[in-house]
Design a protein around this ligand. Structure first.
Ligand code: ZN
Length: 376
């Protein structure tokens, strides 16, 4: 099939977005990025709604071709315009094409995929152009867990028939994502009793020793066969070398495949008891993103989308459940059939070798046009 946009035109458009660096923790740059997107969407004739989410982040955008009197549940597209890369990363991972790959911070995760979806929607601005009304929600804080945009994502999810997410296609083959694990954190603090390490060692109760026991207990909750992982990510404690440490704390990442597995794991974590009865444990364990299950409705949506991929000239395969969470988790947990990983093909998310594969861009754009027109 022919592709009216050349790969070079798409590279130029994506490059303009990548040059506008937009890390999650930098509200000023996020605002500039949001304005760039909103201006392009308005110029194409899309309705743009800007929702302020406070001083610490950028605004959320909704780009829509929905007629003002159309109340039907729509096709919710979801993307984030923040990246994990600090301003200045462009000087280390310069925007460039090498061996057919476009390198640059945020190319793969996820400015290229977002750009392609917007570009597709720009050609379908009239209500009758797409089978369902399309609402494209872009948020500024996905890379830090979407603390500010989550309520907005959930309110749009409640009005959605389906959701398609522009996060990167899986490396090596561009497979899409039908199921994601739920993700959560544990903050665990041991409160012992400080004492002189030489003069009064027996009076001390070491918080570090206690926490060491808890670290092993937590890590032992990992069960690969069940799809559960528990990883102690950071640890700190004590004040100086000649003092029995009075406090120590760790922050822990966990992943669970189902809501039931999440509840069971949280119960085990909350039941942890100190080995040393004189040490007190403080445990705060929370699921951040609920699991995104693969339901029968997900399977039916996948079949529609796979047929459209075939029309666009490629075979779309399904990746096995991933341990990485995204905003798709919030939408899918509300019962909306959701497919993720429909964005650009490439590799190296969150690294300095992040890139997208240039020759696949026109085909992915054609795919997005078909998705927007026909998914119903
Ligand atoms: Zn992402």
């Amino acid at each position: 099939m022919s592709h009216p946009e050349s790969a070079q035109t798409l590279v130029d458009g994506i490059s303009e977005w990548v040059r506008c660096e937009s890390p999650s923790h930098d509200p000023a740059t996020l605002r500039t990025m949001a304005e760039l997107i909103a201006t392009q969407a308005r110029a194409a004739g899309l309705r743009v709604t800007v929702t302020e989410l406070g001083e610490q982040t950028g605004p959320a955008l909704v780009l829509s071709n929905r007629a003002s009197d159309d109340e039907r549940p729509g096709l919710l597209l979801l993307a984030h315009y923040d990246t994990v890369h600090a301003v200045g990363t462009l000087t280390q991972n310069a925007l460039r094409i090498e061996d057919g790959k476009l390198y640059g911070p945020g190319t793969y995760d996820m400015k290229a995929g977002t750009y392609l979806a917007l570009k597709a929607l720009q050609g379908l601005t009239q209500p009758g152009d797409t089978a369902l009304p399309v609402d494209f929600l872009l948020v500024p804080d996905e890379e830090i867990g979407s603390p500010w945009s989550r309520p907005l994502i959930e309110s749009w999810a409640k009005r959605a028939r389906y959701s398609l997410v522009c996060e990167p296609a899986r490396a090596n083959g561009g497979r899409c994502v039908t199921a994601r694990k739920g993700t959560g954190h544990v903050w665990i603090t041991a409160h012992g009793r400080p004492a002189h390490a030489g003069v009064a060692h027996e009076k001390g109760r070491s918080a570090i020793r206690e926490l060491a026991h808890q670290v092993l207990a937590l890590e032992a909750m990992t069960d690969y066969a069940a799809g559960v992982t528990v990883s102690v990510g950071t640890i700190e404690g004590g004040t100086t070398v000649n003092v029995v440490p009075g406090t120590a704390r760790a922050v822990v990442d966990f992943r669970v495949p189902t809501p039931e597995a999440g509840e069971a794991l949280l119960a085990r974590i909350q039941a942890l008891q100190p080995k040393d009865p004189d040490v007190r444990l403080e445990i705060d364990a929370r699921l951040n993103r609920p699991p995104m299950p693969r339901t029968d409705a997900t399977g039916a949506l996948l079949a529609q989308v796979q047929a459209l991929a075939t029309q666009a000239g490629f075979t779309l395969e399904e990746a096995p459940m991933t341990g990485g969470g995204s905003d798709a988790n919030f939408v899918a947990a509300l019962g909306v059939p959701t497919l993720d990983g429909l964005g650009a093909e490439g590799d190296g998310a969150h690294t300095l070798w992040e890139h997208v594969i240039v020759e696949t861009l026109p085909q992915r754009l054609a795919f997005w046009r078909l998705l927007l027109k026909h998914v119903a």
